[in-house]
Write a protein that binds this ligand. Sequence first.
Ligand SMILES: Nc1ncnc2c1ncn2[C@@H]1O[C@H](COP(=O)(O)OP(=O)(O)OP(=O)(O)O)[C@@H](O)[C@H]1O
Ligand SMILES: [Mg+2]
Length: 582
Amino acid sequence: MWPFAIVLTFILGAFVTAVYFLEVRVRDRALADRVAAVSTLVDQKLSKDTNLMQAVLRTMMGNHAVESAFARLDRDALIREVGPLFETLRADHRITHLYFNGPDQVNVLRLHSLDRYGDLIDRTTMTKARDQGLAMHGLELGSLGTLTLRLVTPWQGRKGLLGYVEIGEEIEHLVDEIRDSLSVDLFVMVDKRFLLPQQWQHGLTLLKRQGNWNRFGSRVMVAQTTGQVPFALNDDVLTNLSSGSTEVFSDGDRALHLAMLPLIDAGGRRIGDLVVMRDISALQQTFLRSIMTVTLLSLLAGAVALGLFYFSLDRVERDYRRQHDLEHQLLRLGTEHQRILQIEKLSALGTMVGEIAHQLNNPLVGVVNLAQLASREADDPHRTRELLKEIRRAGEDCHSFIQSMLRFSKVSSFESRPTPMAQVIEETVLLFRQTESRQLPVETRLPEQAVVLTVDPILIRHALFNLLINAAQATVGEGAIVIALDRALNPDSGNPGWLLSVTDHGKGIAPEILGKIFLPFFTTRSDGTGLGLPVVQHVALLHGGYVSASNQPEGGTQFAVWLPEDGKLLENNRSDQLGHGA
Ligand SMILES: Nc1ncnc2c1ncn2[C@@H]1O[C@H](COP(=O)(O)OP(=O)(O)OP(=O)(O)O)[C@@H](O)[C@H]1O
Ligand SMILES: [Mg+2]
């Protein structure tokens, strides 16, 4: 029972663990998908805004009035021509910057800050556009900590390079849009190496923002979609996230899952990171509930399996015990049976010895007494002759007893051959008629076809003769003796054979002695030896058959010897078979 319980517990444990890890994988995969979606959405939005800015610049550069104003570096004319357009772009499309720079990169006009000009612009997008003579765009970090998407394009006039036009937008609104689309919170972190604390602080005041330079070691948060920055979000967590792994922790009653995307500027530098945070409280609850359900169901299944196993084991054990007890009882019964057989054999032997002694003792005592009488009366020749006659009769009795004993022992030797049964029966009846003085009628009922069985004819005749003599001895009046031969199956084995029966109309056999008549020396007649029926039984067994006795309802007895059709004889264990009942 215990090994099974341990194995079952192990299997259930493995199952629950497997389910747990499967769920964790599903959860991680869901966040990874969300992070990938954030990355795609950021790229899409940046490229869409870049396209818009490109379209604006192209339209503007097609305007001759603007072109001639820029060619003359006429600030007032430019403000007049482009000012309204910039105001519309700022109001409707969040465009925050629009610059005109001369061919020497010196700023001519900042439409978003009219009083600042004349300074050299050497930001990456500017220098790249100058070097490659093409429009360049990308993210750039301002000194105040603002992230700006810029597009700089060289303006080729009819008389050569007029200068550079630069348009840009601060991208803070992007994180809010992404939060709305993907239901994740975002924190924009900038590497402190790219900022000066004083300028950043100045930016906070200027842009009316809140922030804490010292909240993180190497990074500073410049934008966020939620004011609830988790307490557990610290430098260690950020370091882990930047290596590409994800983090799960709880913040109050919230379960949070975090990942990170790098922020690359127009010059290809990693200027900071975008921390993606997903509130997985509901997911975690479902996850816990499903794990608990799986565990409970597994435990239940395990308990049921264990119960069933225990029940079956108990039944098997009970069956085994019952069988074991039965086998034990059978063995005991077998031993007892053997002992009883042994006792029976011994008692039969005792009876036999007693009978033999008794049968021989009576005539011998007579011989001794008669001999004494004869010696006393030796002078009376007549009396002496009479006594000698008696002595001779006693001797003859002993002789005939010993003869019948010898006949009985001779039965053990036999020789079988195909024998026509009708002939054997006829010869036996003839012999019987010569012996039987009363000339009782004998009737034979034989089948029409000749029955030839492989038997020893002498033994069969001997057995049939014994049965006829017994029948005659039992018959008081004139009742006929009937000999019949009928086809019959062996009731035990079902083998085909023949039943040779002798039926008389005599006194029948008393029920109390019916079980003893086949025992050697059992007799109810004063001059009987009790060996007739044992001989019949022995002959039947030698031929692989049996003998049975039964009282007839109308009075009288029937003895029937069953002989097999194929006539196989029992070759061994003859003496044992003599001792068994029919
Ligand atoms: N046909 C029968 N009708 C009634 N009783 C019978 C019949 N045949 C046998 N018996 C009974 O069975 C006993 C045993 O018979 P069995 O032939 O063995 O011995 P027996 O006839 O007594 O002596 P033996 O045959 O040696 O002269 C008989 O003494 C008799 O009581
Ligand atoms: Mg007899």
